[in-house]
Design a protein around this ligand. Structure first.
Ligand SMILES: O=C[C@H](O)COP(=O)(O)O
Length: 236
C-alpha cells in the first residue's frame, strides 16, 4: 500500500469568487504548515501566492477557463501563458463542456492541446477538468480521458467544485468527485496519466477512499479538516 501522507496529495483550493488577498495569505500559511502538494488559486492570485511560497515545497497552481470552460481556445492559451509567466507550475483547465456534449471532439482535443502545449513550453503540467457531474454517460468521460491523454495532459480531474445540477424539486445541488468516476477515469487512462479527484472532498475518510481507487491528487477546500483527520493515522 502506498504510504505517502494523504495531505501531501492535496491541491488546496482557494477559488471562490469572494476569496481575497488575505484569504490567500492565510491559505499559503496553512499549505506550508501541513505540507500539501500545491495551492490552487485564481489566476489573479498567482503572483501573490508565488511570492508568499518562495522557498516552500508547496507549488503554485491555478485554473484556466474556470469554472465553466466556455472561453475560447485562444483565451485559454493566453491565460495559461500569463499564469506560467507569473509562477504557476501546474494549471487545471476546464474542458469546453458544451462542445463535449455536442460530440465536437476535434474542438475539444484542440482546446486541451492548446493549453497543454503552452504550459509544457513553460515547464508547467496540465490537469484537465471534465466537470463529470454534468456529463451524461461513461462513454463521454472515457472519450475525454482518451483525448486528454492524446493531448499530453498529466492529469484528468473530475470537477471544479462549482458545477451544479437541479434536483427533482428544482433546487441546485453541487456536483463533485464520486468513487464511480474515479474508478472509471483510472481505468480509461494509461499509467502515463494521473487522476485528480476534486469537489466535495471534506474528510480524511473521503480522501482515503478516493486514493484507494486510484486518485493521486485531491482538489479540496477542506484541507484543514482532512489534515486534522489524518493526524495519528498510520495508513497514509
Ligand atoms: O479543485 C478544486 C475544487 O474547487 C475544490 O472543490 P471544493 O471547494 O468542493 O473542495
Amino acid at each position: 500500500m502506498m504510504s505517502k501522507p494523504i495531505v501531501s496529495l492535496i491541491d488546496h483550493a482557494v477559488l471562490h469568487p469572494t476569496q481575497t488577498d488575505d484569504d490567500v495569505r492565510a491559505a499559503c500559511e496553512l499549505c506550508d504548515r501541513v505540507g500539501v502538494a500545491s495551492i490552487c488559486v485564481k489566476p489573479s492570485h498567482v503572483p501573490l501566492a508565488a511570492e508568499l511560497l518562495k522557498g516552500s515545497a508547496v507549488k503554485v497552481s491555478t485554473v484556466i477557463g474556470f469554472p465553466h470552460g466556455g472561453t475560447t481556445t485562444k483565451a485559454k492559451a493566453t491565460e495559461t501563458l500569463e499564469a506560467c509567466q507569473q509562477g504557476a507550475v501546474e494549471v487545471d483547465m476546464v474542458v469546453n463542456v458544451g462542445k463535449a456534449l455536442a460530440g465536437d471532439w476535434d474542438y475539444v482535443l484542440a482546446d486541451i492541446k492548446a493549453v497543454v502545449d503552452v504550459a509544457r513550453q513553460a515547464g508547467t503540467i496540465t490537469k484537465v477538468i471534465f466537470e463529470t457531474g454534468l456529463l451524461p454517460d461513461d462513454a463521454t468521460k472515457q472519450k475525454l480521458c482518451e483525448l486528454s491523454e492524446q493531448a499530453g495532459a498529466a492529469f484528468v480531474k473530475t470537477s471544479t467544485g462549482f458545477g451544479f445540477v437541479k434536483d427533482d424539486s428544482g433546487a441546485l445541488q453541487s456536483t463533485g468527485a464520486t468513487e464511480y468516476d474515479i474508478r472509471l477515469m483510472r481505468a480509461a487512462c494509461s499509467d502515463k496519466v494521473q487522476v485528480k479527484a476534486s469537489g466535495g472532498i471534506r474528510s480524511y475518510e473521503d480522501a482515503v477512499k478516493l486514493v484507494a481507487l486510484g486518485a493521486t491528487r485531491l482538489g479540496t477546500s477542506g484541507t484543514e479538516a482532512i489534515a486534522a483527520g489524518a493526524e495519528n493515522k498510520a495508513d497514509y
